[in-house]
Design a protein around this ligand. Structure first.
Ligand code: SF4
Ligand code: SF4
Length: 161
């Protein structure tokens, strides 16, 4: 058999192998989704958008301890300013997170002593500017109702007071 014949035979074998692979996958269920029409069913532990849970009545749950800011490996991307009122209750004046610099490691959520800062399963975080990715307390905070829903879903106790 000439060199040319050999090449033709090996070419036909390769084409046959490719077609066999296509045939094998033809009747398998697809592993991809028609996103964004179909959204993925994500795990409860998915590391998405950070948010602040509030008490059941919508009041601040954060006590301003700074633990989340200190444990963050990305420097100063969490900024918190707070004071205490006459009853010594913490009042959060400013709470910002720069999501554009966040690596979604989850460290901040693990150290929070009151289960306030949490990750959602929202991954659609694209914005037109870096500034828009700096979320303030109002953009970060869930309502009391949403916070309770989150707590029920994740087996946490409600903060009714
Ligand atoms: S998830 Fe990690 S990087 Fe992002 S704010 Fe929390 S500690 Fe910092
Ligand atoms: S660790 Fe929790 S309570 Fe402390 S400042 Fe961060 S979010 Fe607030």
């Amino acid at each position: 058999m000439s060199v040319l014949d050999n090449k033709v035979v090996s070419g036909v074998v390769e084409v046959g192998r490719g077609l066999a692979t296509v045939a094998k996958h033809l009747f398998r269920p697809p592993v991809t989704l028609e996103y964004p029409e179909v959204m993925p069913d994500l795990s409860d532990r998915f590391h998405g958008r950070l948010s602040l849970l509030t008490k059941s009545g919508g009041e601040d749950l954060c006590i301003g301890c700074q633990a989340c800011a200190r444990v963050c490996p990305c420097g100063d991307l969490i900024q918190i300013e707070m004071h205490r009122d006459e009853q010594k209750v913490p009042v959060i004046d400013r709470f910002t997170i720069d999501l554009g610099r966040c690596i979604f490691c989850g460290n901040c959520t693990e150290v929070c002593p009151v289960d306030c800062i949490k990750m959602q399963d929202d991954f659609e975080l694209a914005e037109y500017s870096r500034e828009a990715l700096v979320l303030d307390k109002y953009a970060l905070s869930l309502s009391g109702e949403e916070s309770d829903e989150y707590r029920v879903r994740h087996g946490l106790e409600k903060h009714v007071e």
